[in-house]
Design a protein around this ligand. Structure first.
Ligand code: PLP
Length: 386
């Protein structure tokens, strides 16, 4: 390929990391400052304020220099003691990981097995809570990135947790900032997200909110993790610092990304994600493809599609990237070779949605799949222009 063409940027339609606005990328070139000085304290204060807006919470919020996994490990590590029972609905790779993390803390993860095309329901969780009378917490992955499933019963599950005095822990890594999640209203005690998904920031930070009820449990945890000790993180935050060296450039980026969210407003942001997701699903249907999850469970931020029979998924994604400059993901775990996943996140708009649908459609045609030019685009356009 000619050098000039190689220089073009790919459209990153992965379910994270995702496309980052130039303004956010540029913020990372600001000079390094003393992370124990007043400038950093001011930066942290700004970030915390805007994070509370994004989380829709009055709870404490913290920025951790780690990927999302570290954030989930922090939440679990600070409240799960050996033999503590945690109810975990398992319906994909990330909820399996949640279960594993509880087990590695010496806790007892009580699995609620769910079909992967489905989301856990409030009734299923209620049954588990009735059976496991001595459980301490419920831990839910709100948006299963491995299957494109969103748990629409999350507010009801929060109510069950509250009524039964259980800690409600939520992995919202691939959804916070892209769909509804009013932390306080829904009673989420510990919520974790990652910088690289719906916040449209580069990867490298995890964000966590901690409710007063969660604090009570944290304070009683005998052996908290060393790097992720929430008590120590709180002490340092009160002085405008972090216990260990923060990844400064990504903090600058996060500050900018959160300002963009404030400028747009959450309501508009959620509406934008929802409209683009709707356009994707309509286009998929028109192209005679099938989303992986059942209709009611479909996510607005991660679109999972069954790979049609006879289509080689690896080859398909290679053509998408090399010919159409559009990068999508394959499946994970047992779905590795059977689904595609598209991130509908962050700065997603009509332009990115149509480019991706066009790339999907053309790649299908290149691979001799029977689809007519413009079928998907026409269905998607109706969503944007109706
Ligand atoms: N949980 C969910 C729901 C995710 O989507 C991801 C990443 O895709 C993670 C956890 C892990 O995050 P990270 O790869 O940033 O550690």
């Amino acid at each position: 390929m000619k050098t000039a063409l190689k220089e073009r940027k790919d459209l990153i339609m992965l379910p994270g990391p995702t496309n980052v606005p130039d303004r956010v990328m540029r913020a990372m070139t600001k000079p390094i400052i003393n992370h124990r000085g007043p400038e950093f304290a001011a930066l942290l204060k700004d970030i915390e304020e805007n994070l509370k807006y994004a989380f829709q919470t009055k709870n404490d919020v913290y920025v951790l220099t780690s990927s999302g996994t570290g954030g989930v490990e922090c939440a679990i590590g600070n409240i799960v003691n050996p033999s503590d029972k945690v109810i975990v609905p398992v319906f994909g790779v990330f909820s399996e990981r949640m279960k594993e993390k509880v087990a590695r803390r010496g806790g007892k993860a009580v699995e609620v097995p769910i079909e992967w095309e489905e989301a856990p329901t409030a009734e299923q969780i209620e049954q588990a809570v009735k059976k496991e009378k001595d459980a301490k917490a419920i831990a839910v992955v709100y948006n299963e990135t491995s299957t494109g499933v969103t748990v629409r019963d999350l507010p009801k599950i929060g109510k069950i947790a509250k009524e039964n005095d259980l800690i409600f822990m939520v992995d919202a890594i691939s959804i916070l900032g892209g769909d509804q999640l009013p932390i306080d209203e829904w009673g989420v005690d510990l919520c974790v997200t990652g910088s690289q998904k719906c916040l449209a920031c580069p990867p490298g930070l995890a964000l966590i909110s901690v409710s007063p009820k969660a604090w009570e449990a944290v304070e009683k945890t005998a052996v908290r993790p060393y790097y992720f000790d929430l008590e120590q993180i709180r002490e340092f935050a009160a002085k405008g610092a972090t216990p260990f060296t923060p990844a400064l450039p990504i903090f600058y980026a996060l500050d900018e990304a959160l300002q963009l969210i404030r400028e747009e407003g959450l309501k508009e942001r959620f509406r934008r994600h929802e409209t683009c997701a709707k356009a994707f699903y309509k286009a998929i249907e028109a192209m005679k493809l099938k989303p992986y999850p059942n209709e009611k469970a479909r996510s607005n931020t991660v679109i999972a599609i069954n790979i049609p029979t006879g289509v080689d998924g690896e080859e398909f994604r290679k053509i998408m990237k090399e010919r159409y400059k559009t990068v999508i993901a394959g499946g994970m775990g047992k779905l590795k070779a059977s689904i595609f996943r598209i991130g509908c996140m962050g700065i997603i708009s009509e332009a990115e949605t149509l480019q991706t649908i066009n790339a999907l459609e053309n790649t299908l045609m290149d691979m001799k799949y029977p689809v007519k030019t413009g079928t998907g685009i026409e269905a998607a356009r109706k969503v944007f222009h109706s």
